[in-house]
Design a protein. Structure first.
Length: 180
């Protein structure tokens, strides 16, 4: 498990004891402020602990929500528009307008890691909004999987989300035509 410095302090460990545990290999320092209780750690858990104010989106969200079996080569994370740039080669940061950022935010447990992720309704909107950025086969696979779970889509929630987007009516028409 990965711990932040603050979490270790809340467990009653001071700097001396943290450094002692690192020296005794009871804890492993990943980077400043992040520690693991094992030498090898889960990279997904690291991303979640390192960037707690981000939300999984795009290809990562489609994968973690089970809408595709394509494993993305990077972690796709949404952040607020004014967030600090993430300097990590394994992350594709997507700056989101602040008023859109929280819409559809939920949490999912994936391989024993609790992650912030956009829900299926929000990701359906994102799929349609960004249709031209995805490969055609990839887009069709996800649309096909949405068709299979169309009865699980909360239409009132989807409608509420679409009211927040300037072209919400057009997006709804495309969703209705493609999925339902």
């Amino acid at each position: 498990m990965i711990y932040t410095y603050r979490e270790l302090k809340n467990k009653g460990l001071d700097n001396y004891n943290i450094n002692k545990k690192v020296a005794n290999k009871e804890l492993y320092k990943i980077e400043s402020g992040l520690y693991s209780d094992t030498e090898k750690y889960n990279p997904l858990e690291y991303i979640v602990k390192r960037y707690p104010n981000s939300i999984f989106t795009s290809e990562s969200a489609f994968f973690y929500l089970g809408l595709t079996d394509y494993i993305p080569s990077k972690y796709f994370l949404a952040t607020k528009h004014n967030a600090k740039k993430m300097l990590n080669d394994k992350i594709e940061q997507i700056f989101m307008a602040n008023h859109f950022f929280e819409i559809g935010k939920s949490q999912v447990n994936y391989n024993n890691v609790q992650i912030n992720i956009y829900n299926k309704e929000r990701m359906l909107i994102e799929l349609i909004r960004n249709k031209n950025t995805f490969a055609f086969d990839y887009y069709k696979e996800i649309i096909s999987n949405y068709r299979e779970i169309s009865d699980e889509i909360d239409m009132s929630l989807l409608a509420d989300y679409l009211e927040c987007f300037a072209n919400g009516k057009n997006i709804f028409e495309i969703i209705h035509r493609e999925v339902f």
